[in-house]
Write a protein that binds this ligand. Sequence first.
Ligand SMILES: Nc1nc2c(c(=O)[nH]1)N[C@H]1C(S)=C(S)[C@@H](COP(=O)(O)OP(=O)(O)OC[C@H]3O[C@@H](n4cnc5c(=O)[nH]c(N)nc54)[C@H](O)[C@@H]3O)O[C@H]1N2
Ligand SMILES: Nc1nc2c(c(=O)[nH]1)N[C@H]1C(S)=C(S)[C@@H](COP(=O)(O)OP(=O)(O)OC[C@H]3O[C@@H](n4cnc5c(=O)[nH]c(N)nc54)[C@H](O)[C@@H]3O)O[C@H]1N2
Ligand code: SF4
Ligand SMILES: [Mo]
Length: 668
Amino acid sequence: MQGELRVLGACPLDCPDTCSWVVTVEDGKAVGMRGNPDHPYTRGALCVKVNRYLEHAGAADRILYPMRRVGPKGSGRFERISWDEALEEISVRLRAIVDEHGGEAIWPYNGTGSLGYLQGCEGVAGRRFWNVLGASRHFLNICSTAGNVGLVKTNGTPGGMDPENFALSKLILLWGTNTLTSGHHLWKFIQDARAAGAYVVAIDPIRTRTAEQADEHLPIRPGTDAALALGLLHVVLAEGAEDRDYLDDHTDNWEAFREEILRHPPARVAEITGLPEADIRALGLRLAHTRPTGIRATMGIQRHAGGGAAMRVIAAIPGVTGDWRHPGGGVAYSTSGHIHLDIDTRNDLLPGPVRTLTMTRLATELDDSVKCLWVYTANPVGSSPDQNRIREKLLREDLFTVVMEQFPTDTVDYADIVLPATMQIEHMDLHAGYGHMYLMWNEPAVEPPGECLSTTETFRRLAGHMGLTEPSLFDSDLELAEQLLSSGHPSLDGITVDRLRKEGWVRLNVPQPFAPFADGGFPTPSGRLRFPRGAAYVPPHTAAAAGGPYPLTLITPASHTFLNTTFGNNPELLRRAKGPRILVNPSDAADRGLAAGQRVRVFNAGGGFEAEVEISEKVRPGVVASAKGHWPKLNPDGAGVNAVVEERDADLGRGAVYHDNLVEIAPV
Ligand SMILES: Nc1nc2c(c(=O)[nH]1)N[C@H]1C(S)=C(S)[C@@H](COP(=O)(O)OP(=O)(O)OC[C@H]3O[C@@H](n4cnc5c(=O)[nH]c(N)nc54)[C@H](O)[C@@H]3O)O[C@H]1N2
Ligand SMILES: Nc1nc2c(c(=O)[nH]1)N[C@H]1C(S)=C(S)[C@@H](COP(=O)(O)OP(=O)(O)OC[C@H]3O[C@@H](n4cnc5c(=O)[nH]c(N)nc54)[C@H](O)[C@@H]3O)O[C@H]1N2
Ligand code: SF4
Ligand SMILES: [Mo]
């Protein structure tokens, strides 16, 4: 067809699969988007959410122009202004704040709306600009830090198995991960393994759609996974199935860890985890005698008071069984540890040392010392803990809030200035999957609508408007991409921007199949896997706080139809979500006299939100679940699930504790 063009891109969303997509462009308009059939991980399919990406990009509520607040803060009332007016107002305000209070009074708050290394949170977006102003640093701990730190403690890196190698596993543990919802492309590899005889076990307090498809489901009590891991290893030792050579050659602290395992016989672990002792023994036997065993554990498991410890102990399992020797053996949490791009944060541009503010602590740390909150690729009013207190803090009159956004989120409602942001089909970016081993290129397919600008272009223009002269503030997107690829790490040998642009993606230079620690070589100081010393299981907050007025443990997992709060305003996906809903066990519903479909309030000391009751054996008694992602302002009472999520840290990495909160439920 005349004027038709096919443009290769990559999904920017915070999903492990980082799909390759093909956009069909006719006469400058994107008319089609499909998963790339040639990409080894995407294999042609996108997902229920991103199948609507073009519809989303063209949605009527898209923000197309810079805007200035006209109503009171929080009202979401704005007037259109020009980019020049916006840049001028921002320049004057930022200058005044830096002069009066110092650069640290600025909090650049970026989230995971895009994982791009140019436009999103993984890389350099805005960093140089903020360093020149001496702004506070932002600690992006909202998603995966507890697990990352737990893995680094054991293995020296969060990087482990190549997820494609699950096709080679004989036993697969899907541990605190809802594969079919939160990264479904892995499923094809699991199916390949099953066709070759693999047995699949889901370990999850909820009978998710993934657990439904598994050969076995262990409905564990939330936050007790480290204890289960110790109990499974107890059986492995009882069977004499530990890999003595691997232990001798490639691990540290074995004797101390062995003693900790021996303190956790299946009977004791059954009490802690709420699982039948026989099931723990049976899985322990499978683990003892099945090589390779592949463990897929993702972020769900570590959103608890003991989430870091959980990943730390789960990571110890293949060190005991020797599974790291085999492709298809080991643990896959995130492949991010295998990505060695040169993310030069340019701290040399800072005028001096600056403080760090913590993403999940917005409700507390947004105090009077912060004069400018600059939000980009984030929607904290929808996504961050302690929603009600965040709202209060955003109302402060002397706080200057700028939000770069694509859509009028709850956070946008509190902005003084809104800047219209491009979407992925309209800007250039470099990506790396955290669930696969490919670098991905995203070529812009169409011109931005209205006056939308990319993150990089916005900061270049603002730097120019403010008269900043540091040359690197004006580097082009292609220059930035080249810099990112120039780390010199062997995994990037031969990977250039030209090649990425031509091919769309390139696999990292690692063997395939990939067994990263087959011969040890852990990136720890000793080069060996380090087993934990001392107590390896950290109980959940909900256990410590039991017996109070809020008896139910709330889990707030990924929604099938949204990606965090992204797509929360798409009418069709909203319709399919049928939410907000709360999943309640029949016994807990009976105790409260709740009927299916009834409207209830889910609440604790921090606040509450309304939801519709779904009664089901899919959740354990004492556990309730409500998915993340609904926009508070589109809910009947204007509140979202994070009204009941406490601002609290996990044991490691200051991770968030989204699945470790206590609530009560009452009819509205
Ligand atoms: N209750 C509960 N809450 C959770 C979680 C949970 O498990 N339970 N999970 C947490 C996790 S894991 C995460 S990662 C966080 C995510 O929390 P956030 O980082 O706040 O991510 P989103 O809610 O998706 O909001 C991202 C926003 O960025 C915008 N955006 C997307 N691309 C771009 C771009 O290129 N430029 C600009 N300027 N904007 C863009 C989108 O329109 C969207 O509004 O949520 C956390 N919130
Ligand atoms: N459709 C969709 N996909 C997504 C997202 C989304 O919002 N929607 N979010 C993306 C993001 S930001 C991330 S970080 C990932 C997150 O994806 P996942 O890692 O899958 O994280 P969650 O959905 O938070 O939790 C996964 C499962 O862990 C279970 N779980 C909770 N607590 C425990 C526990 O203590 N032990 C065990 N064994 N299981 C537990 C939950 O019931 C849930 O089924 O997914 C990404 N993909
Ligand atoms: S959200 Fe995940 S599964 Fe869906 S297109 Fe993006 S990367 Fe693929
Ligand atoms: Mo996340």
